[in-house]
Design a protein around this ligand. Sequence first.
Ligand SMILES: NC(=O)C1=CN([C@@H]2O[C@H](COP(=O)(O)OP(=O)(O)OC[C@H]3O[C@@H](n4cnc5c(N)ncnc54)[C@H](OP(=O)(O)O)[C@@H]3O)[C@@H](O)[C@H]2O)C=CC1
Ligand SMILES: O=CCCC(=O)O
Length: 342
Amino acid sequence: MSSFINCNHFVLHRFPIMAMRSTFNYRHFSLHISNASTQPQAQGIETPPRVGFLGLGIMGTPMAQNLIKAGVDLTVWNRTKSKCDPLINLGAKYKPSPEEVAASCDLTFAMLADPQSAVDVALGKHGAANGIGPGKGYVDVSTVDVDTSKLINGQIKSTGALFLEAPVSGSKKPAEDGQLIFLTAGDKNLYDTVAPFLDIMGKSRFYLGDVGNGAAMKLVVNMIMGSMMASFSEGLLLSEKVGLDPKVLVEVISQGAISAPMYSMKGPSMIQSHYPTAFPLKHQQKDLRLALGLAESVSQPIPIAAAANELYKVAKSHGYSDEDFSAVIEALKSKFQHSENQ
Ligand SMILES: NC(=O)C1=CN([C@@H]2O[C@H](COP(=O)(O)OP(=O)(O)OC[C@H]3O[C@@H](n4cnc5c(N)ncnc54)[C@H](OP(=O)(O)O)[C@@H]3O)[C@@H](O)[C@H]2O)C=CC1
Ligand SMILES: O=CCCC(=O)O
């Protein structure tokens, strides 16, 4: 049913999602969360774990839905309460603060917009850290920078709980289909404990060692993606300007060495100036900004990503923040290039 591939110290566990869903039974799941300062809790006792989910945006909602559909005992919270309602209708419980979610659950996942919101929800006034403690775990699946992840890790660990960072590769559709890729780092014990839940929401998971490595991996991946999308945008517009059919360009690319699913998925709608949001442009620009900080921290030049970041900033300034990141092409259209040069 599963295969284990060892790549040096990185271990990739692959489980076909359907196989996982058919074999996962939370009623027979034993919770083993321990660290140096705590004894294993409920070890050997078949306890249905209570799972919390904080942050029900584009990604958090389908991830939480998949947990509910798999039979997980789920408690949700979101800053805008109305986004909890569809999940409550599916059977989720609700608590009015991250603190109360963490206090009432064994494991708490968080899927927040950016570093500031991740810190606020984890460490703020009624944040999860106030309700968490020994025998519990906190899994932050948001895309944040290394320092933010380490800050949250330190505060969560100081309560006696365990911490795992687990940002995801894959967008809205993979989230809906339970096909995300988890880039995890932190407490290995917690990683092992949450693996069945990651396998409900995703198709693969990487354990990358110390806290910060998951955040860094995610930022490198999204740095590449942001630059690819900017370059693709230039190609689409250039092809059109020289009298080529951009639809044919998309087809040519799809058959060659630079083929990527992203181009085939986003190209046709970009040609029609249509950007249905899967990954908001503001989040792609946030990731490029954070990747630039990461590169700065080790004096690594990333001029292509720096140039791409400027384009996303232009697109944001013209109102495309909440559209899909493929709307970066708008920043290259003459109307905006002209106004930027004035
Ligand atoms: N969309 C995508 O394709 C992917 C996104 N990601 C990453 O996942 C994370 C979530 O992305 P996505 O779901 O698309 O984003 P959304 O913008 O759809 O959702 C953001 C979530 O964060 C909450 N939030 C924002 N600010 C605060 C705050 N100050 N306090 C409390 N909650 C807050 C929002 O609450 P509210 O509803 O009240 O606004 C919402 O639940 C981001 O880090 C993103 O970079 C990773 C992979 C793919
Ligand atoms: O962070 C967003 C990633 C989107 C994707 O991997 O398709």
